[in-house]
Design a protein. Structure first.
Length: 380
C-alpha cells in the first residue's frame, strides 16, 4: 500500500533518467517527452548549461534566506525585466505561490475587492487560487470560496461590460493551458485593455505556463495588446528546479514594502542558479524565432491529421493543443506504448509541450507517432 495521499491519478510509468527531449523509465524504455514536466523543462532535460550552473552552485552554497543580499537574485530579476515596462520582481517557489502573492499585492495596492477572472482558467489550488480558478471541479467539496473572484466568459466581448470602477483587477492567461489550450483573441484583449485603462483596473497575466519562451516570445503577453501591471511566472523558469516569480511595475514598490510579503526559500541560490542559466539559454531573439518557426512547422504537420478525428489544432509557439472529437485517454496510453509522452488539457485535448530546444527531427518523430496512433484508433 502506498504511503502517499492519493491526490494524483498517476500513469504506471516511473521515469528515472532524461536527456534533451528524451526520458527513460525504470525498465529502460525510452520516450520522446512532449510533456516536459508540464511545460517546466523548457530547455529540455538536463541542459548542459543549466546542469553546470547547478553543479557549481551545489559546491558553493545551498541556502541563505532573504535576510542577506543576493546578487544572483538581482541578476535574474534584471534578466526578467530588461527591455520592458516591468521593473521589479519577487521570487517564490511555484506558480500558485506567485499568484497568491499577486493577489495580496492587488488587494493592498487597489484597496478594492472585486477581481475578474475567466471560465476554464487555472491559477492554482490554494484557497484564494481555487477561488480565482474558473473550473468547478477544482473547488468541489471545499465549501465557500474567497469571495473576491467573479468569472467572466473568455473571448467574449459582452462580458467585458463587467469591468467597472468597482473592479480591482482583471486576471487572465493569454493562452488557457489547463483549460484546453484556448488562445485569447487579440481584438478581445485590446477591448479588455481599453476597459481596464478606462476604469484604472489592474491587469494581471498568469504566465505560469505561457512564460519563459514557451509561446515564441519571452512572455506570451508580448504578442498581444496587453500592458500588464503584474505577471506571474514559474514552471519554465528553473528548467525543473522549483522557482516562481511575481514581476511588476515600479508602483508596486510602494505596496510590497518590508514585512508585507516573504518566503524562506524564495530566490534560493540553487533556484537562482537554475533560473539564470535557463534565461541565458532561452531569452534571446534567435531562440524565440526558432520556437516560433518550430511551432508553425509542428502545427502545419498536425493539421494533416484526419478531420474525422480532430476538431482543431491550436496554440502558439510550442504550446499546442489538438482537440479530438472523442476523449483522448486511450490515445495517450497508445502514445506511451509507442514511446511518446503527452498530457491532456481537459477530456478531449492532447497538449504538446516539447522542449524549446527540440529538433526538427524530433518534431517529425512526434508527428509520425501521433499519426500512427490515430490510424490505429481509426481501425479499431
Ligand atoms: C496558468 C497556471 N497558473 C498556475 C498554475 C499553478 O502552478 P504550480 O503548480 O506551480 O503551483 C498552473 C499549473 O499548471 C498553471 O498552468
Amino acid at each position: 500500500m502506498s504511503a502517499l495521499l492519493p491526490t494524483y491519478l498517476r500513469h504506471d510509468i516511473e521515469l528515472v533518467a532524461g536527456n534533451g527531449s528524451f526520458v527513460q523509465d525504470k525498465a529502460g524504455k525510452n520516450y520522446l517527452d512532449f510533456v516536459m514536466g508540464i511545460a517546466v523543462c523548457n530547455t529540455g532535460h538536463r541542459h548542459p548549461h543549466v546542469e553546470q550552473a547547478l553543479q557549481e552552485q551545489l559546491q558553493k552554497l545551498w541556502h541563505t534566506s532573504n535576510l542577506f543580499m543576493s546578487s544572483k537574485q538581482e541578476r535574474v530579476a534584471a534578466m526578467l525585466t530588461e527591455n520592458s515596462h516591468l521593473s521589479h520582481v519577487f521570487f517564490c517557489n511555484s506558480g500558485t505561490e506567485a499568484n497568491e502573492g499577486a493577489f495580496k499585492l492587488i488587494r493592498k495596492w487597489t484597496q478594492k475587492k472585486e477581481i475578474l477572472t475567466f471560465s476554464q482558467s487555472f491559477h492554482g489550488r490554494t484557497f484564494a487560487m481555487m477561488g480565482a480558478t474558473g473550473q468547478d471541479k477544482i473547488k468541489a467539496g471545499f465549501g465557500e470560496m474567497v469571495p473576491d473572484f467573479k468569472h467572466l466568459t473568455f473571448n467574449d466581448f459582452d462580458s467585458l461590460e463587467m469591468i467597472t470602477n468597482q473592479t480591482a483587477a482583471v486576471w487572465l492567461e493569454v493562452i488557457q493551458g489547463e483549460g484546453g489550450v484556448i488562445v485569447a483573441e487579440n481584438a478581445w484583449l485590446e477591448a479588455l485593455m481599453e476597459k481596464a485603462r478606462q476604469y484604472d483596473v489592474k491587469v494581471v497575466i498568469d504566465e505560469v505556463q505561457t512564460g519563459i519562451g514557451r509561446t515564441g516570445s519571452r512572455f506570451a503577453f508580448e504578442q498581444t495588446p496587453l500592458k500588464p501591471d503584474i505577471i506571474t511566472v514559474a514552471k519554465g523558469l528553473g528548467s525543473g528546479f522549483p522557482v516562481g516569480a511575481i514581476i511588476t511595475t515600479p508602483e508596486a514598490t510602494a505596496v510590497f514594502t518590508p514585512g508585507t510579503h516573504g518566503s524562506t526559500f524564495g530566490g534560493n541560490p540553487l533556484a537562482m542558479a537554475a533560473a539564470e542559466a535557463t534565461l541565458d539559454v532561452l531569452l534571446n531573439e534567435q531562440q524565440m524565432k526558432q520556437v516560433q518557426q518550430k511551432g508553425l512547422y509542428l502545427m502545419q504537420q498536425l493539421k494533416q491529421l484526419p478531420e474525422t478525428m480532430v476538431v482543431d489544432v491550436r496554440g502558439r509557439g510550442l504550446m499546442i493543443g489538438i482537440e479530438f472529437h472523442e476523449p483522448v485517454s486511450s490515445l495517450i496510453t497508445a502514445l506511451q506504448q509507442a514511446g511518446m509522452l503527452v498530457v491532456s488539457a481537459g477530456p478531449n485535448v492532447i497538449r504538446l509541450l516539447p522542449s524549446l530546444c527540440v529538433t526538427e527531427q524530433e518534431l517529425d518523430l512526434a508527428v509520425g507517432k501521433i499519426k500512427t496512433v490515430c490510424q490505429q484508433e481509426v481501425m479499431m
